[in-house]
Design a protein around this ligand. Structure first.
Ligand code: ADP
Length: 484
């Protein structure tokens, strides 16, 4: 079915304390290919007991892992990075089979995912403390940074590899063990990564994967006092719940939650570049990323020209099975996702939006959807406040800079935003006033391992990637030396 160079990378068991395991009660669930509806295989359906054991194994593995020198940890991470790149074709095939994204995008994600392992391995050697000027002559003030301890991570299906390495990379580099629950829809990408981590020399218990019931696994991760930190990427709704569940044990949290990215095209923009940026930002992963443009605001003077150019570009997208060459739009992840897209389109059309392209399910069936462009979209429509998470570009019209800044900020979310303009004064003014953690200026692609990824407002807490990403896995210790 899946033709891999190394078939042993397709694991159908969870990975706990360095061993491949079934659920205690033997229960399994099927994993499906969204492009064909075929069953790829099964994975164990685990619960609280297995999760607890993985957490306890992590605690047992922690002392030896933190005692390693930064260089020793870095060399293991380097080996893992190299194995990921050497097996990129297989990892990409597994990803496209379970997630649906085009093979070229999967390959891009594997390189992106590996970059976090490489980056944080390098950063392990740069965890630096401080010596501060003391207020008394007989004292010295020393600040050290220590690994926070056992970590837990819960990740989504839209980036089945990169969302994992963005958490596991810094945890391991900092000297923390970590227990992961990947999304139930895309477990095979996670398990293949664990296989390669084991081959790279990650010791048993330092990185475990539990798969199964998200509610009970999540509840155990949050309630267990051994776990000192939880890192989650997913919906704001689940993020709020996890935050609540972590309150009794006061865990440190990293949350990458929902977005509602604005994409603004000003009159002075390079329109062709703006169309290219909008295509990348909107239609990558079929619109299923938390930094996808969700609201495209176009200034009056260029509105019609931009709408026409964007529609022409979208019409060229090729929908199909991501395994086929030339395809750049795969299926949506599941039926529920298609229903949300349909609901947003129907709501917009019912309130006066104009359909420029697409708008319905694709003749290929399953969860394939036609790339869609809507004009005359207004703030009263559902699409303005809720993330569509699908291939729909809604075009709003605006007149002034102040007006569009107010519109762009009128959301509880604050993850990413984009705008196209050439006037340098405007570039600074708008970049400073937009309430998001990340701003793309004249680009639709902002994610990389060197930059701090994260949001403000209800889009989350903490930063992933970059030198700042390590801080989420460290605690500060102040040592006061007296009696000098
Ligand atoms: P999405 O809309 O991207 O599926 P979710 O927040 O539902 O976003 O899912 C992201 C991750 O959170 C997945 O791994 C999912 O299994 C997990 N998840 C969903 N509900 C819960 C929960 N109640 N407790 C813990 N994890 C959960």
């Amino acid at each position: 079915m899946l033709n891999l160079n190394d078939p042993s990378l397709l694991r159908q068991q969870a990975y706990i304390d360095g061993a491949w395991r079934d659920a205690d009660d033997g229960k399994t669930v099927a994993v499906r290919n969204p492009a064909t509806g075929d069953t790829l295989g099964t994975v164990p359906h685990m619960g609280a007991g297995e999760t607890r054991r993985a957490i306890e194994a992590a605690q047992a593995a922690w002392p030896a892992w933190r005692k390693k020198t930064a260089r020793e940890r870095a060399l293991i991470l380097r080996a893992w990075n190299d194995l990921m790149l050497a097996n990129a074709d297989d990892l990409a095939a597994i990803m496209t089979a379970e997630q649906g994204k085009p093979l070229a995008e999967s390959k891009g994600e594997i390189a992106y995912a590996a970059s976090f392992i490489e980056w944080f391995g390098e950063q392990a050697k740069r965890i630096e403390g401080d010596v501060l000027e003391a207020p008394a002559r007989d004292r010295r003030i020393v600040v050290t940074k220590e690994p926070i301890g056992v970590c837990a991570a819960i990740t989504p299906w839209n980036f089945p590899a990169a969302m994992i390495t963005r958490k596991v990379g810094p945890a391991l580099a900092a000297g923390c063990p970590i227990v992961l629950k990947p999304a139930e829809l895309t477990p095979y990408s996670a398990l293949a990564l664990a296989m390669l981590a084991e081959r790279a020399g990650v010791p048993k218990g330092v990185f475990s994967i539990v798969i199964g019931d998200s509610k009970t696994i999540g509840a155990e991760m949050c309630a267990n006092p051994i776990v000192r930190k939880l890192s989650f990427t997913g919906s704001t709704q689940v993020g709020r719940l996890l935050m609540e569940q972590c309150a009794p044990t006061v865990k440190k949290l990293s949350l990458e939650l929902g977005g509602n990215a604005s994409f603004i095209v000003f009159d002075d923009a390079d329109l062709d570049a703006a169309v290219e940026g909008a295509m990348t930002s909107k239609y990558r992963n079929m619109g299923q990323t938390c930094v996808c443009a969700n609201r495209i605001y176009v200034q009056d003077g260029v509105y019609d020209a931009f709408a026409q150019k964007l529609t022409a570009a979208v019409a060229k997208l090729k929908v199909g099975n991501g395994m086929e060459p030339g395809v750049n739009q795969g299926p949506l992840i599941e039926e529920k996702a298609v229903e949300k897209v349909e609901h947003h389109i129907a709501d917009a059309l019912g309130k006066g939006a104009r359909l420029l392209l697409g708008g319905k399910r694709h003749p290929l069936g399953h969860t394939f959807f036609e790339p869609t462009v809507l004009a005359d979209v207004t703030p009263q429509m559902l699409i303005a406040e809720d993330e569509t998470f699908g291939p729909v570009a809604p075009l709003f019209r605006f007149k002034t800079e102040d007006e569009v800044i107010a519109l762009a900020n009128a959301t509880e979310f604050g993850l990413a935003s984009y705008f196209y303009a050439r006037d340098i004064g405007r570039v600074w003014r708008v970049a400073e006033q937009i309430e998001t953690g990340m701003v793309g200026v004249n680009t639709g692609l902002i994610s990389n391992e060197v930059a701090p990824f994260g949001g403000v407002k209800q889009s989350g807490l903490g930063r992933e990637g970059s030198k700042y990403g390590m801080d989420d896995y460290l605690v500060i210790k102040y040592i006061c030396l007296g009696g000098m």
